[in-house]
Design a protein around this ligand. Structure first.
Ligand code: AHR
Length: 501
């Protein structure tokens, strides 16, 4: 007898697997750039100062689009500080993170790093303390082929070829009172619309992301999106969503069901965007860029009351060390993004290195994988073809925050060309293993290619500097196929990836 049943069929296709769902985020924050991806004195550093051991891990992670340079940082940033001879670049106060910004890494270096890692560069412009003109300037510098002041400057700085950046964020979290230059929805909506129209005069094919809410608990959530989109709808292509989750007050059950909030978030923003579309009699559809999502123990950071003394260079900020439970929730959030990939057409795990990140580094030392690295990397590697929303029959459990939640959640992908499929599953049960039967007869499943599970007797086990391989994926020997039906047993609090022929 199985504890849960899943049916897969080709009539429930959500969308083609979109590589942009596996994006990440590099912000000038703490040790993400400096002492993270960049450390010129590290034994593996290349001529730009980038650590090649980190590059290897980024490639293994399988991240696609990388959002840059912030985040809150972008609202005080002058992009031109980061180009030209390094010795002449100014040092500045970074007000967002109370740090010293040396500008050793800027757009040209980061574009080269993206090339090195095989990533697509996604840029954010500063609409907190700057406006239309500066957005046009950085666009010209980045994308114009040549023969103008700023494109020729790029060439003179060593990059004759334009970067051809397709996705641009119109500021960052402008709804948040913490944002430098924070605005109300009316003011931001008008500024975003003016900036977007001007940028599209340069290149109508740019993909522009207008700021949505920085969380579903913001008091203006929903209304912010409506007002901003009513001003900017025709000039933008995406509205952003940001969400961070954490276990609160020992309530693991609610934490494990965090993806229910993400579902609610997506449904609300889709409904609001479509409401504006219909109200304006528009024929185009604005999709969602979930360009910040992750686990973040933000309450603890806020409560710690630590005030940064002075203006340090590359301070250790937001260096959360993730547990098995955190990785299971992250894997579940990725399942949710895939299930909604008809409307969520871009996403960025925030962030990539050291700062709430799947990859950690020590100066002059190692780089290693956090627990959260594993579900992300395996999903990015195995999800191919088209996304299938499964029909799931499972028992539920009661959570304090979300009410009833399914014990098992899942999504699948199927690649008609190679005839291979993948199923991603979580078991949110804290005590019992659950055996799941997956009816994949419609897909002609004949054999298991891989079955990988992340779980541990200690759901709070972590990978640390001194114990870097404590947690990882292990083969799940229970997986098998009989006449098109796959059976697999999921340990308590676990994430599993299956691929089948
Ligand atoms: O990712 C960390 C911070 O979280 C970002 O700078 C900001 O956009 C968000 O509040």
């Amino acid at each position: 007898m199985s504890d849960a049943q899943i049916a897969l069929d080709l009539t429930a296709i959500v969308a083609p697997v979109n590589r942009r769902l596996f994006g990440s985020f590099v912000e000038h924050l703490g040790r993400c750039v400096y002492d993270g991806i960049y450390e010129p004195t590290h034994p593996t550093a290349n001529e730009d100062g980038f650590r090649l051991d980190v590059v290897d891990l980024v490639q293994e992670l399988g991240s696609s689009t990388i959002r840059y340079p912030g985040g809150n940082f972008v609202s005080g940033y002058r992009w031109e500080d980061g180009v030209g001879p390094r010795s002449e670049r100014p040092k500045r106060l970074d007000l967002a993170w109370h740090s010293l910004e040396t500008n050793e890494v800027g757009l040209d270096e980061f574009a080269r790093w993206c090339k090195l890692t095989g990533s697509e560069l996604m840029m954010a412009v500063n609409l907190g303390t700057r406006g239309v003109l500066e957005a046009l300037d950085v666009l010209e510098y980045a994308n114009h082929p040549g023969g103008t002041a700023l494109s020729d400057l790029r060439a003179a700085n060593g990059s004759p070829e334009p970067y051809n950046v397709r996705m641009w964020c119109l500021g960052n979290e402008m709804d948040g009172p913490w944002q430098i230059g924070h605005m109300n929805a009316e003011d931001y909506g008008k500024l975003a619309a003016r900036t977007a129209s001007a940028m599209k005069m340069v290149d109508p094919k740019l993909e522009l992301v207008v700021c949505g809410s920085s969380g579903s608990s913001m008091p203006t959530f929903g209304e912010w999106e409506r007002v901003v989109l009513e001003h900017s709808y025709e000039s933008v292509d995406y509205v952003s969503c940001h969400a961070y989750y954490q276990e609160r007050k020992g309530d693991l059950g609610s934490f494990l069901a965090s993806s229910l909030d993400m579902e609610y978030f997506i449904a609300t923003v889709v409904t609001t965007a479509d409401h504006v579309k219909n109200k304006l009699h528009s024929t185009k559809t604005v999709n969602l860029s979930f360009d910040e999502w992750n686990i973040w123990y933000l309450d603890e950071h806020n409560e710690s009351g630590v005030i940064t003394e002075g203006w340090p260079y590359a301070p250790r900020l937001l260096e959360d060390v993730y547990t098995v439970a955190d990785a299971v929730v992250l894997g579940n959030l990725l399942i949710t993004l895939l299930k909604n990939s008809d409307r969520v057409t871009s996403a960025s795990l925030a962030q990539l290195v050291n700062v709430i990140a799947p990859i950690m580094t020590e100066p002059n030392g190692d780089a290693w994988r956090q627990t959260t690295f594993f579900p992300f990397a395996a999903t990015s590697r195995l999800a191919k073809g088209e996304v299938i929303k499964p029909r799931i029959t499972t028992a539920q459990y009661e959570t304090d925050v979300y009410g009833p939640a399914d014990l098992v959640d899942s999504v699948a992908t199927f690649d008609r060309t190679s005839g291979t499929g993948a199923v991603f599953l979580v078991n949110r049960d804290q005590h019992e293993s659950r055996t799941v039967e997956i009816d994949a007869t419609a897909l002609g499943a004949t054999g298991i290619l891989e079955a990988l599970t992340l779980s541990d007797d200690d759901v709070y086990a972590k990978n640390t500097r001194d114990d870097q391989d404590r947690v990882g994926l292990v083969d799940n020997g229970s997986a098998g196929v009989v006449e098109g039906t796959i059976t697999v047993t999921l340990p308590p609090v676990s994430w599993t990836a299956l691929s089948f022929a």
